[in-house]
Design a protein around this ligand. Sequence first.
Ligand code: ZN
Length: 80
Amino acid sequence: MVANGEGQLNMATRVQSKPRANRYPGPCRLCGVEVPAGGGVLRLEHGDHGRWLVEHRPAVWAGSPVSGRWVDGCPDERGE
Ligand SMILES: [Zn+2]
């Protein structure tokens, strides 16, 4: 039942253009939950003034396929 072999569970995957961490706490752009300083990433909003908005880091699966857990991500995404 567990689909693996696609490499999506590989934590060592390199990420290009690593997003910047937020220096100040603020509400998440996606879910509105407060993101602690350094606990999220900054996204440049393409708008009038190009404001930097904070959002939770994308959820990633940590651990083995059968005993791992989701870390980071918006609380809503984790379905808890
Ligand atoms: Zn969020």
